[in-house]
Design a protein around this ligand. Sequence first.
Ligand code: SAM
Length: 358
Amino acid sequence: MTRKRTKRPMPVIFRLLRTLLLTLLYIPIQVVFIPLALIGVILGAYKGFRRSRQLGVSFSAIRALHYRWFGHYLNTRPDPLSVAFTKEFPCESHFGLWSLIGPLVISRRLFGFAKELGRLPEPGEETLASTPGRRLLVFDRIMEEAVDEMEQIVIPGVGFDLIAQRFTEGKDVRVFELDQFGTLNVKIETLKKAGIKHDWITYIPVDYSRESWVEKLLEAGFDKTKKALFLWESVSLFLEADVVKENLRQMAGLCVAGSKVAQDFYSDAFVSGELSGAARKASRMMGKMGEPWKFGIDMMDDPRGAVEAFLEECGLRITEFHQFGEKREVEPFYCIVESEKNLGPTKRFPRMSSPRPL
Ligand SMILES: C[S@@+](CC[C@H](N)C(=O)[O-])C[C@H]1O[C@@H](n2cnc3c(N)ncnc32)[C@H](O)[C@@H]1O
């Protein structure tokens, strides 16, 4: 038997010196970009804030698109489709994003400088800043596995996510994407301009806090007798608790054996902003942009148990649970959960030891 070699960590002093040296190399590049960034910020703000309001586009969906763009250029998740989309997208400036992130991209490529945004920690080691990047990879994995197992894929609150283009083109699976009218309309127009194929996807405009998305989904051809994946990424936090519950109950009602619901939950401390300064800032900004965060789960003592109890009320049972930051033993803030229709009694999971604050 061969012994596994473990890599010795670099002594702290060398790590500090290395970080200092890389930061010193990074600063001049950042300085060169300042004039571009000034123009970029104005362009980005005009398109992201003003144009999005004029066109009735979800600001949170634009923010989610940013992380796909960052992931492409910071090489944590190559995504040429999202980049091609952004170039034609009326509510974001490709140049604006470059002017802000360019120094980081260049420094990373030239000498391996990485800020939190460009880091991809191991599963369980996530921080708040690295969560959006890692989240995309978990949903990619879920989608990749489901695409050959399922007959239908439903993505409510899809925003500008192009995960369907990434995994389902040419596959024997029906895809339904749902979102509010303005957001879907701009998405389809931008896809056409960017030359991104989408003819196998059925788009369903709906505001599911006011109307029945189930009715619309059935009218659009969803088959209740066939296996489906419901992919609900970063949507529940924008809805009231009773709307989240009702939506999940309805998804459970449409699940035949083998179907799956994949979604994420944030903690109530994150949603209220109590978790940290960064969460507070983001929560306030989303409120100002007219998309306040509303729903979180109390994850303080036993995140898995709390999510399990919530899903149980909706007729669902956990099959996979990914708790971000778990290995860092910080206060739980985010998880991705895969579940199936609950057809029998569920098993309780042990409680976690006390977490320490972030
Ligand atoms: C943070 S974005 C996530 C988008 C996408 N799932 C992603 O990961 O890129 C939240 C999405 O939920 C949609 N949404 C929020 N409330 C909604 C509602 N009441 N009806 C339909 N869609 C809604 C927004 O329009 C937006 O596209």
